[in-house]
Design a protein around this ligand. Structure first.
Ligand code: MN
Length: 457
C-alpha cells in the first residue's frame, strides 16, 4: 500500500503542490510512525497482550438491539464480510429461535470459512437445534447470579449446574466444540461461579466465556475476575462485556491483559441496551496500542460499520471512536493547521484513517483557521492572497457560528464576493464560456458529501 516517498520530500511536495497533499500523504505514510511510548508511556516496552481472537456477535447479541432486525440477505452479507476480514468466530444466531433463524445460521455455517457459532440455552431442544444447524461451535449459557436464577430462570444453583453439565456433555458427545457462559458472571456469587466452572471443566468444555451481562464490571475488577477464573478452568477464556457505563472495550482489553484469549464484540457496539464492546475499538486498540497482530483486515472496518449501520437502523454517532464521521475530521484552526503539516500532531499517529479504510477530513465552520481555508480554496481552483484568505476565514467563522453548514457553494460565493482570482491551471474549458464554475476541482482526494455539500477536504 505504501510507496517509499521520504517524509522530507513529501512535505516539500505538499507545500509546492497543495492540491496533491492528501493523496501524497495517503500513499507515503506507513502505519505507526508515532511510537506513543516515546512519551510519558515510555516505560512500556512489551505488549501486555499476546493473543487477540475476535468473536463477533453482531448477528446474535447485536441483532437483539431493540428495534433491530436483520433480513436473511443482510445476515449473509454481514457474515460474508466478517468472514473475509478474518474474524475468528462469528456467532450467527440462536438456531432454536425460529425456522428462519435456523435456516440463516445453517446457511451461513456452510458458506463461510471461519468458525460459526450457534447459541443455545442449557435445554435439549436448543442444543439439538444448534447441533443440527451445522455450526462448528455451540455456545451454551445459563444464568448464575442469584437475581437471574430467582427471577428470570426460576431455577436453583444445583439445577443450573446439572443442566450446564448435561448440555456441555451433549455437545462434546456430538464431537462439536463447546463454549459455556455463566450468564451475569460479574454479579454471581464467587464460590458458586468457581463451582459451576469446575463442573463444566470436568465435562470437557473447550471455552469458558465470562459475560459482564449487565455492564457493571470495571477494568481492574474484571481483570481480577478473569485471573480467578483461570485458576478454576483448563478451558480457553473468552470475555463478553456490555457498555452500560461506557467500559465495554476497556473491560474486554482488561480481560485480554488478564489472560483471556478471545473477546466477544459487535460492529458499532450494537447489542442489548447500550450494546457490546465494539469490534472496531477492540481490534484497533489491540493492533495500534498493544501492537498485537489480530489477523483482521482492518482496512474494511469502515465498510463493515456502514453495512451494520444501514442494516441495524442504528445511526453511528459522529464522535464514535474509529467509525464516527468525526473520528478523523478536523475543524478547529490549531488542530487543522497542525494536521495539514503533519497528521501525527493531532491524531493518534498509531492509528490512521487509511488503516480502517476511512478518509481524513477538514471541515470548514465556526472553528476554522486560515490554513484550512487556504487549502480548500486552492483545491477549489482559487489563488487567494493572504488578505483574501483572512477575509474569507472571518466570513466562514461567522457563518458557521450561526449553525449554518459551509457548503461548497457558500465557500465559492465568499471567494467570488471577495474577488479571489481563479488559478489558471485549475480552470476547465467550460470556464471560457463566461459562466462561473461553482464546482470544486475534485480530481484529487477531495471529498464533498453529495447529500449536503458540506465542505470537507
Ligand atoms: Mn450480551
Amino acid at each position: 500500500m505504501s510507496i517509499s516517498i521520504p517524509k522530507r520530500l513529501c512535505v516539500c511536495l505538499c507545500r509546492s503542490q497543495v492540491q496533491c497533499l492528501t493523496t501524497i500523504w495517503r500513499f507515503s505514510r506507513t502505519p505507526r510512525l508515532v511510537e506513543f511510548f516515546q512519551g510519558t508511556l515510555a516505560h512500556i516496552t512489551d505488549s501486555e497482550i499476546d493473543t487477540v481472537r475476535i468473536f463477533d456477535t453482531t448477528l446474535r447479541d447485536g441483532e437483539q438491539s431493540p428495534r433491530t432486525s436483520f433480513s436473511y440477505d443482510e445476515k449473509r452479507d454481514i457474515a460474508a464480510t466478517l468472514d473475509e476480514m478474518g474474524t475468528h468466530v462469528i456467532e450467527a444466531g440462536f438456531p432454536v429461535n425460529s425456522d428462519a433463524e435456523f435456516e440463516s445460521v445453517s446457511d451461513i455455517a456452510s458458506a463461510t470459512e471461519t468458525t460459526i457459532c450457534g447459541l443455545a440455552r442449557v435445554v435439549d431442544t436448543d442444543v439439538e437445534a444448534a447441533l443440527d444447524s451445522g455450526v462448528g461451535l455451540v455456545h451454551v449459557f445459563v444464568s448464575t447470579s442469584d437475581v437471574q436464577l430467582a427471577d428470570s430462570m426460576h431455577a436453583s444453583q444445583e439445577e443450573a449446574v446439572d443442566r450446564a453439565v448435561s448440555a456441555v456433555e451433549r455437545v462434546k458427545d456430538a464431537g462439536v466444540e463447546v463454549m459455556f457462559s455463566p450468564m451475569d458472571a460479574t454479579r454471581t456469587d464467587g464460590e458458586f461461579l468457581s463451582e459451576i466452572l469446575e463442573a463444566v471443566d470436568d465435562a470437557g468444555v473447550d471455552w469458558v466465556n465470562i459475560p459482564d451481562t449487565c455492564g457493571v464490571g470495571t477494568p481492574t475488577r474484571f481483570a481480577r475476575l478473569i485471573r480467578k477464573v483461570r485458576a478454576h478452568t483448563d478451558a480457553q477464556i473468552d470475555v463478553h462485556a456490555h457498555d452500560d457505563f461506557g467500559l465495554a472495550t476497556a473491560n474486554a482489553l482488561a480481560g485480554f491483559e488478564a489472560g483471556a484469549a478471545q473477546a466477544q464484540v459487535s460492529v458499532n457496539g450494537i447489542g442489548e441496551r447500550a450494546g457490546n464492546a465494539a469490534f472496531e475499538e477492540v481490534v484497533m486498540a489491540a493492533e495500534s496500542l498493544y501492537d498485537v497482530d489480530t489477523g483482521i483486515d482492518t482496512t474494511r472496518i469502515t465498510e463493515v460499520s456502514r453495512l451494520i449501520e444501514n442494516a441495524s437502523n442504528i445511526p453511528v454517532p459522529g464522535n464514535k471512536p474509529v467509525v464516527g464521521q468525526n473520528a478523523f475530521s478536523h475543524e478547529s484552526g490549531i488542530h487543522a493547521a497542525g494536521v495539514i503539516e503533519n497528521t501525527d500532531t493531532f491524531e493518534p499517529g498509531v492509528m490512521t484513517p487509511e488503516m480502517v479504510g476511512a478518509k481524513r477530513e477538514f471541515v470548514l465552520g465556526k472553528h476554522t483557521g486560515t490554513h484550512s481555508v487556504r487549502k480548500r480554496l486552492e483545491e477549489s481552483g482559487f489563488a487567494p492572497t493572504d488578505e483574501e484568505v483572512r477575509t474569507v476565514t472571518r466570513q466562514i467563522k461567522d457563518y458557521g457560528a450561526e449553525k449554518e453548514r459551509v457548503t461548497i457553494d457558500v465557500l465559492t460565493r465568499f471567494a467570488r464576493e471577495n474577488g479571489v482570482d481563479r488559478k489558471k491551471a485549475a480552470r476547465s474549458d467550460n470556464d471560457d464560456d463566461g459562466h462561473d464554475d461553482t464546482r470544486p476541482d475534485n480530481s484529487n482526494s477531495t471529498d464533498s458529501d453529495p447529500d449536503h455539500g458540506e465542505v470537507r477536504i
